[in-house]
Write a protein that binds this ligand. Structure first.
Ligand code: ARG
Length: 469
């Protein structure tokens, strides 16, 4: 039989069917790991040399060959071949074509199982850091937007019904808090991503006298896996990053939904910038919030990628199973989507036009000050439950007369509740409803300013939270 071209072909008598080769190939997806793969291989070869497993001349030629391939890849000159299955075998084959049979020594004391997860961890470590940086930029943008519109009062909602007035800046800073936690979550997972699995071999380690901690250090991993089976079999580091992506997307999606509502004719709170909206092919008057809608829409895909990977892993016996090849596509997609969305939002938010008069008008409607009236009565000694009830009767009275609490003559109020006095007017004013909430975390301007101040300090200290490697 002619020599089998497939790297693992020795024990096979007949060729793989083309359909099978196509079905099992992953190079279209995993070629994204190519430069990390080469970096891992260089470290591996160097360690083999240091341990006396390869000669220093062999190592030198292997490394030179790998670096030449890296150059070809960077310059777009490398030809990817599906029939070679994946990124690892494409590169190894190219290496052998370039430097001869010595190329075959690179895989000494290594398996694709520890190789692929090394690549993935190298890639993901960088990916996590870029999410951290993008989140930090968005947080910075949010504090700037909040600072710029400090005097804008808008309706705060529960059940999407006008509830109590809040500062627009308070609303923005609520998102700042969410993205701060998102950033911390990404950062927190870094120590579990940043682990070197190289040396685990297929699953049990290798009979060669390797030193996994040397390769780990050469690749600047923070630690080295202490169990070879866990090293090749686990993907919880991907799952947690996927879940951070999903949570951050959900935050962006809620913000999107609000921007879509606020920019509608009915709300009229904001105008989205032309740069981040599109027109309709039939209705000339339209300006559609497509970026917001697509961020909201893509949140579904990102959450789906998390579910897909959880399901992919749930029934797998230790250690490596080919199912795990499916770990990359969704992870790459979720990462790309979140990063793009964060960057788009960081550029869009400062360009949003805010309409304070419209917001203020909307905030005035629908008995925004009912809670303040009840609080007023409670401060005068009436149990809050009763104050709630009395206020409810005054609201009903207003509804039947088509008026608002602040417009009801004092005498009419006093008929319902004699505890009410002339000073009630102060308490029913829109600005009072905001200013009165001045405890820690409240919507009063002084508190919002305090939030922004603290945020700025936090952003200054926190340059991202990691050292570059
Ligand atoms: N393409 C494979 C993956 O992404 C590489 C590891 C293959 N290992 C194996 N024993 N078939 O998981």
């Amino acid at each position: 039989m002619a020599e089998d071209k497939r790297m693992w072909g020795g024990r096979f008598e007949s060729a793989t069917s083309t359909h099978v080769a196509e079905f099992t190939a992953s190079v279209d997806v995993d070629k994204r790991l190519a430069l990390d793969d080469i970096r891992g291989s260089v470290a591996h070869a160097t360690m083999l040399g240091a341990q006396g497993i390869l000669t220093s001349d062999e190592v030198k030629r292997l490394v030179a060959g790998l670096e030449a391939i890296a150059r070809d890849i960077r310059e777009g000159r490398f030809e990817w071949r599906t029939e070679l299955e994946d990124v690892h075998m494409n590169i190894e084959q190219a290496l052998t074509e370039r430097i001869g049979p010595l190329g075959g020594k690179l895989h000494t004391a290594r398996s694709r199982n520890d190789q692929v997860v090394t690549d993935l961890r190298l890639w993901l470590r960088r990916a996590v850091r870029s999410q951290v940086r993008a989140l930090r930029v968005l947080r910075l943008v949010l504090t700037e937007v909040a600072q710029r519109h400090l005097n804008v009062v808008m309706p705060g909602y529960t059940h999407l019904q006008v509830a109590q007035p809040v500062l627009f800046s308070h609303h923005m800073m609520a998102y700042y808090e969410m993205f701060t936690r998102d950033q911390a979550r990404f950062l927190g997972s870094l120590s579990r991503v940043d682990v070197s699995p190289l040396g685990a071999g297929a699953l049990a380690g290798t009979s060669f006298p390797i030193e996994p901690r040397t390769t780990g250090e050469m690749l600047a991993f923070a630690s080295t896996a202490s169990n070879s089976m866990d090293a090749v079999a686990s993907r919880d580091f991907c799952l947690e990053v996927l879940s951070h992506c999903a949570i951050a997307m959900v935050h962006l999606s809620r913000l999107s939904e609000e921007l879509i509502l606020w920019s509608s004719h009915e709300f009229g709170f904001i105008t989205l910038p032309d740069s981040h909206t599109t027109g309709s092919s039939i209705m000339p008057q339209k300006k559609n919030p497509d970026v917001c809608e697509l961020v909201r829409g893509k949140t579904g895909s990102v959450c789906g990628h998390l579910m897909a990977q959880l399901m992919m892993m749930k029934g797998l016996p230790l250690a490596y199973n080919r199912d795990m090849q499916e770990d990359k596509e969704g992870l790459f997609a979720a990462h790309d989507t979140l990063l793009a969305a964060l960057q788009l939002y960081a550029s869009m938010l400062p360009a949003i036009e805010v309409h304070p008069a419209r917001m203020r008008k909307a905030a005035r409607g629908a008995f925004f000050n009912a809670t303040d009236l009840a609080d007023y009565l409670a401060r005068r000694g009436m149990p809050f439950r009763e104050a709630h009830h009395v206020t409810g009767r005054l609201v009903a009275l207003c509804l039947s007369e088509g008026t608002a609490l602040e417009s009801l003559p004092l005498a009419r109020m006093q008929e319902v509740c004699p505890l009410i006095e002339a000073d009630i007017n102060t308490y029913l004013r829109l600005d009072n409803a905001v200013d009165a909430r001045k405890h820690y975390g409240g919507t009063a301007r002084e508190q919002v300013e305090r939030q922004i101040r603290q945020a700025r300090q936090a952003l200054q200290v926190d340059g991202g939270g990691f050292s570059e490697r």
